[in-house]
Design a protein around this ligand. Structure first.
Ligand code: NAD
Length: 479
């Protein structure tokens, strides 16, 4: 295979690209081969203080930079991301493992968020409210909330930073971002585009470190006025508590266990073939992935047959190989978790229809796995798998299917397949999820709000809703 180069890794603080020097470092591993790609500098408390100081200072000038200028810089960065998309995507595939075509798609979608929010910057408005007192003018202004601490995971190393950075920077906030330590070069490459497009120094800092130390340090600082996190529910809960101690708002996107309701009258082949492709995309490490397939009794047999046929066709391999459709898991923790979930389900009486074990090759590969007739007592019926395992179960009546779909505390994405308009309206209304796909699996778009309900989090990113979390209301009543 062709030799690919990986970018050097830095911290980015107050406009400076800092090398490891005497700092501790952690290894970044290629999950397809197990090879070390580079060493990541980990921020010290002094680095975090420098980042806070820079974000505090730069906020004062960035908030006063006119929206058209902020928009010009964000659009410039989007253009650079597009020009550099193959390079950035290659970094992403090397460090995260997904197929290169999906990495390119992710970088282009990240660029689209910067363009969208550049335009939103120009549409920030307020109100003039009629006063009940003669001669009094009442203005409602929306102003940037202040410096933001943002935390993003390893699975979507371009799009999760992009959703936060684009909206926060457009609103006029400065940001300290801590991306996932397992896939750091992608976020650094996005920051490089912003730097090259003319983002003033100090407006954005990128730090890495021991995640718990970094979040405790940043969120406790009075400089930080807003927190945003994408990741697991336990960590989201912890960061919520830290934010609450300083009475700071937090946006949370915390994963899901996406149900798919397939009704007897649906296009069963589309639901099954698209379902298998969707389930194993990103090696199942996607928070809005379809994970629990609930199939109405008469369609069950055909669905299972088509789903299995598609699963068996999938080409698993290194994301840099042109025919790869499913890459490795991102880290060994995920591998151990898949093994534990499968062993538990089988011990409780589930049927293994495909896959079920790690693959005998270097890297963190796990076979696309299909489990049927999984008892409700199995862990996988309660825990987000976040890996390449699909669960198939039959249901009888619409109410039974909906009850199972809505049973868990997760409520991020849900899907339904039916040709009946009444059923489609009903499930769209009654499914508990922030994002719902009816007769389709690809549901995310820049112009739509991305976010969950219940324990999947709160606050939406993207769409016209996305910028509001980085703005605060102020009224001025003038006599
Ligand atoms: P994790 O919760 O330990 O880590 C997820 C991300 O949060 C990582 O990038 C990590 O750097 C960061 N993080 C962890 N502890 C932190 C802290 N105290 N302060 C600040 N940031 C912190 O989980 P993991 O083992 O990496 O992934 C496993 C689970 O996380 C999955 O099963 C899934 O449920 C969830 N997850 C969800 C998403 C999502 O898109 N919602 C993304 C990645 C992981």
């Amino acid at each position: 295979m062709q030799k690919y180069t990986y970018d050097p890794l830095h911290l980015f603080i107050d406009g400076a690209w800092l090398e490891a020097g005497s700092r501790d470092t952690s290894a970044v591993i290629n999950p397809a081969t197990g090879a070390t790609l580079g060493r990541l500098p980990l921020a010290t408390p002094a680095d975090l203080d420098a980042a806070l100081k820079a974000a505090d200072r730069a906020f004062e000038t960035w908030r006063q930079t006119v929206p058209a200028e902020r928009a010009r810089i964000l659009k410039g960065a989007a253009e650079l991301m597009r020009k550099r998309s193959v390079h950035i995507a290659t970094l992403m595939t090397l460090e995260e493992g997904k197929p290169l075509s999906e990495s390119v798609d992710e970088v282009l979608r990240a660029a689209d968020y910067f363009e969208w929010f550049a335009e939103e910057a120009r549409r920030i408005d307020g109100r003039v409210v009629a006063s009940n007192r003669p001669g009094v003018q009442q203005l409602v202004k929306r102003q940037p909330i202040g410096p933001v601490a943002a935390f993003t995971p390893w699975n979507f190393p371009a799009i999760t930073p992009a959703r936060k950075l684009s909206a926060a920077l457009a609103a006029g906030c400065s940001v300290i971002l801590k991306p996932g330590e397992e896939s750091p070069a992608t976020a650094l490459a996005l920051a490089r585009c912003l730097d090259d497009a003319g983002l003033p120094k100090g407006v954005l800092q990128i730090v890495f470190g021991v995640p718990d130390m970094v979040s405790a340090h940043l969120i406790a600082s009075p400089v930080i006025r807003k927190v945003a996190f994408t990741g697991s529910i336990p960590v989201g809960r912890l960061l919520s508590e830290r934010a609450a101690a300083g009475v700071k708002p937090i946006t949370l996107e915390l994963g899901g266990h996406g149900p798919v309701l397939v009704f007897d009258d649906a296009d069963i082949d589309a639901a099954a073939i698209g379902g298998a492709a969707n389930r194993f995309r990103g090696t199942g490490q996607i928070c809005i992935s379809s994970t629990r397939f609930l199939i109405q009794r008469n369609a069950y047999e055909r669905f299972v047959e088509r789903f299995l046929a598609k699963t068996r066709e999938l080409v698993v391999g290194d994301g840099l190989a042109p025919d790869t459709q499913v890459g490795p898991l991102a880290n060994p923790r995920q591998l151990a978790k898949m093994e534990a979930l499968v062993a538990d389900a089988l011990a409780q009486g589930a049927k293994l229809l495909a896959g079920g074990k790690r693959m005998d090759r270097p890297g963190y590969f796990f076979e696309p796995t299909v489990l049927a007739e999984v008892p409700m007592s199995a862990r996988i019926m309660h825990e987000e798998p976040f890996g390449p395992i699909a669960v198939l179960r039959p249901f009888d009546q619409l109410d039974d299917g909906l009850a199972e779909a809505n049973r868990l505390p997760y409520a991020l994405s849900a899907y339904a397949f039916t040709r009946d308009a009444r059923t489609a309206i009903d499930v769209g209304d009654r499914l508990q999820a922030g994002m719902i796909g009816i007769n389709q699996y690809r549901i995310v778009a820049t112009e739509l709000p991305f976010g969950g309900m219940k324990e999947s989090g709160h606050g939406s990113e993207g769409g016209t809703e996305g910028i509001g979390h980085y703005l605060t209301n102020k009224f001025i009543s003038q006599a």
